[in-house]
Design a protein around this ligand. Structure first.
Ligand code: FCB
Length: 425
């Protein structure tokens, strides 16, 4: 049983008046009807993923709960997703009712530029409408240009490793900024470039499954260039725009502060947390932090206590957000939490997680960290890449047969906390 939540202790937290409270999604995970490198890969790999799921997840304490979903090939096909492409207004009404004043979403490159150099006016118009609908509700759009999916023509040229990838990305970014530059202030060029590069090219688990250290290093270099090019393009057309990336950072905890543990932490921080950020330091106006993982180092990596685990099998450790945030202070830039959340189909842990994560964030602010927004991952239960639909990250549950939206109790807790922080009551 989860203890009752009291909001009282959190109320005096030092959130600035103009703080952004929101939730996040990504095009391929919610829109439905996309045709890109992932949708093709899903078709070719769904059977295999279903077959391998038992061996991959039997270690997970929650396996029995999602076994029937995870062993079904249909789980691995994004298909209609949340039909957010058609239902975004309904979803924005819910956002508004939950007191949220920010929404992070991504633009689907394969819809905007279905053929090299040919831009689809209808798709551009769609996103114009999306942004307008948000603005009408007083919700600030945080627009991600690339959340991992690629148009097929680009996949065929080699995807991220295609020599012209950075140029193609910059020309797509230019098209978008010319279309929406006046209506969007916050731009996220790339989502978690290091995560996608390592899953695709180090582990070889995600499309295009081209395993190899050299490929990985090339992918990182390409993504750095793509970001820099896009940054300059956006700033050239709208100098007031705020541009950054959404960076996946882990809190590496050196247990006991021994020299050895601190040494391992230093290596992990320098490579995973700071390498990419330092490379783009002069081309970002803010840091977008995606935070999910605490990683305890005690003699070696991976020594988490795991007293509680989320449906993903990840350790439940909301306080980790405090450390991940304060460790970004040295960049001296505003920080937005662009993703933070847990997979929890029963919505029991999440009801504790949100207050605890916000408390952790409040402590980081009290300690002088310039945090200006929090975007919970995710607004909706959605298509979780090679895991498919069994992981439920949403503030809102989706019935996959009817597309009916159900607001989870944790979302109401989040909404209440926002009111309390805003009014100080
Ligand atoms: C992040 C991704 C996001 C979602 C969450 C759970 O790494 O950016 O799309 O998959 O994890």
């Amino acid at each position: 049983m989860i203890a009752a939540i009291t909001h009282k202790d959190n109320v005096s937290m030092p959130f600035p008046k103009d703080f952004f409270w929101g939730a996040a999604t990504a095009s391929h995970q919610v829109e439905g009807g996309n045709h890109n490198d992932w949708s093709e890969w899903e078709k070719a790999n769904a059977e295999r993923l279903a077959r391998e799921s038992e061996a991959s997840f039997v270690w997970n304490p929650h396996w029995v709960k999602f076994r029937s979903e995870a062993t079904n090939p249909a789980n691995y096909i994004s298909g209609t997703a949340c039909d957010h492409w058609n239902r975004y207004e309904e979803d924005f009404d819910i956002l508004k009712n939950l007191n949220l004043n920010a929404y992070r979403f991504s633009i689907e490159w394969s819809r905007i530029e279905p053929e090299l150099g040919k831009f689809d006016a209808t798709a551009i118009d769609h996103y114009r409408q999306v942004i307008r609908s948000l603005r009408e509700r007083g919700i600030e759009p945080f627009v991600t240009l690339w959340h991992w999916t690629l148009p097929l023509w680009l996949r065929d040229q080699g995807g991220i490793l295609a020599p012209n990838f950075p140029d193609c990305f910059a020309s797509y970014a230019e098209k978008i900024v010319l279309a929406f530059g006046n209506d969007v202030r916050f731009w996220i060029t790339l989502n978690e470039p290091d995560v996608v590069a390592s899953h695709a090219y180090l582990k070889g688990a995600w499309p295009p499954q081209r395993r190899g250290l050299l490929n990985f290093l090339r992918a990182i270099r390409q993504l750095i260039r793509a970001h820099r090019f896009a940054y300059h393009v956006i700033k050239q057309h709208t100098p007031v725009a705020q541009v950054g990336i959404a960076k996946h950072n882990v809190w590496f905890e050196a247990v006991g502060g021994t020299m050895w543990n601190r040494f391992l932490k230093m290596i992990a921080d320098a490579t995973w947390n700071h390498w990419f950020l330092r490379k783009i330091a002069s081309t970002q106006d803010f840091i977008g932090l995606n935070h999910y993982n605490h990683h305890r180092i005690d003699g070696w990596f991976g020594r988490n206590e795991n007293k509680l685990q989320t449906d993903f099998g990840w350790e439940y450790y909301p306080e980790s957000l405090y450390h991940a945030l304060t460790e970004l202070k040295s960049y001296d830039k505003p920080i937005y939490v662009t993703e933070n959340g847990i997979a929890d189909a029963n919505d029991e842990l999440r009801q504790q997680f949100i207050p605890a994560a916000l408390t952790a964030m409040g402590r980081a602010i009290a300690d002088g960290t310039d945090v200006r927004g929090y975007l919970y991952w995710s607004l909706l239960d959605n298509f979780e890449w090679d895991k498919g639909y069994w992981l439920k990250f949403g503030l809102i549950a989706i019935d996959r047969a009817t597309q009916q939206r159900t607001i989870r109790p944790s979302a109401r807790i989040y909404a209440d906390l926002i009111t309390k922080y805003n009014t100080g009551e």
